[in-house]
Write a protein that binds this ligand. Sequence first.
Ligand code: C5P
Length: 223
Amino acid sequence: MRKLIIAIDGPSGAGKGTVARAVASELGYRHVDSGAMYRAIGWKALREGVALDDEAAVAALADASLIVVSNARVLIDSVDVTREIRTPEIDRAAAAVARLPRVRAILVAVQRDLGAGGEIVMEGRDIGTVVFPQADVKIYLDAAPEERARRRAQDPSHSGGPAAVSEVKTLLTERDRSDTTRAVSPLYAAADAIVVDTTRKPVQDVVKEVLEIVKGSGLGARG
Ligand code: C5P
């Protein structure tokens, strides 16, 4: 089996995390949640009182940080922030720092290093378009906004926020707008990505579909 790079992009609540984790586990690959890195930087900037739109200051902070994303845990400078970064406040902070080109350049370099050897499933917003335009498999997961909001509202790893689906939907739509309209690396499906709509699909069906795409890509064979 070749050591593949599998890119999974899409908006929040499309199922990226669950699907990427399951696909990686099935293939014996590493799973990297690139969004967690933007979240960790947003968390640290808030904690240190750095303005989220101060590009030079947030970039300096990112440059001086050690982020480890592995085994479903997220550490920044050895502080475990796995739970703290899943709040509406950090949703906004992550999307804000993700707009800054110098911050993106720093995190993209880290992501490329992590994926250099292949055998990786990386999820995010720009993995198939910017981080690994040469990825072996590119998947773009999408779902209707109502359903994405419902999933997010029910996600036990996302805490501290309003549970009402309508409020979650408003925040999610705001973040979608920020992610799709920003000047650098906006969210969109790469021309060679396979779009999978996960609306009303059980997660195990989506995982199966993605694994079929990986096998069908003809890259699953040894050699
Ligand atoms: O995927 P998640 O919702 O955890 O990502 C948090 C935020 O980080 C997104 O709203 C987006 O602004 C940013 N992000 C990004 N590029 C990535 C992953 C996440 O800009 N590859």
